[in-house]
Design a protein around this ligand. Sequence first.
Ligand SMILES: [Zn+2]
Length: 342
Amino acid sequence: MSLCGWAQSKTQCVFLVMTDGWRCDEMFNGATEALLSNTSDVVKQQFGQGTSEERRNALMPFIWNELVPHGQIYGNRTYGNNVNLTNPYHFSNPGYSEIITGFADPQINHNDKIYNPNVNVFEILNQSPKLKNKVAAFGSWDLFPYIFNVKRNNLPVNAGYINAEGKKLSKNEKLLNNLQNDIPAQFNGVRYDALTDAFAMEYIKREKPRVVFISLGETDDIAHTGNYAAYLQAGHRFDQYVKDLWNYINKDPFYKNRTTLIVTTDHGRGHADNAWTSHGNQFPGSDQTWIAVIGPDTSAKGEIKQSGQHYSNQIAKTIATFLKVPYTPEKGCGDAILEMYK
Ligand SMILES: [Zn+2]
């Protein structure tokens, strides 16, 4: 597509916020009845009441009561509105790589600490004249410096247990640096989302980056432990992080009315009630994802109930197009999702 249709774009900043391995099942229908049977009465009371619409509102109140009514969400397969990965592996590194580069590379078939050979949209934006050094990424997982390939592009990526760096650190950042090294790690190579979120928010307030990537990991790590109540709580916390971020954006004159927020996940999980803890191509449903968007160029279409097919490989080009920066990787990429634009 040409850029001309987007010439009036108000978007000057884009935030891509992701939660790892959050299923369509919970996103669109709330807590799954059958999986609640082993949880406490408190959890059943909090997340298990009423219709699926009431349950999803209880689980993700910001996304369903604020973001979706003023924005859009794609991926509710009940209406034949599908979002899928194009990579055949359906786990994290292939998923993040597909999303930030705009295509599935068959060689990214591992979760190893190997620098990604493919150029991603965030580094292209960071090298563009108008966004130079105004891009930053934050993640709970220590693989992100490799996924973004900081060795090649020097993109600021704070992930795993990397400390905040620089001469202008806030009091809070100094405290967070100490705290994250003192708190015992729960998962190997993945820090608590509360720390990642706090590092991101401190940096955003101080540096005012124009393009930000944030990935939170607890939805996936906790799902693998099989604790459904804790998985729900992780998704509920994610909703709160997104709410706090959006509220901040709308209070800060630098970001207000010129920031587009895109929210998505890197993969689904097994769809069957006995497969929700796992994901990968042997667990059907793991390639099913969703994308939510809100911002000054996005009309309030709400939950998309028309049949349609989108792919996670379209997110990179969509971000570049919102920012009116060309993105044409050598190996090609998915088209921008035009419906996200008024
Ligand atoms: Zn996983």
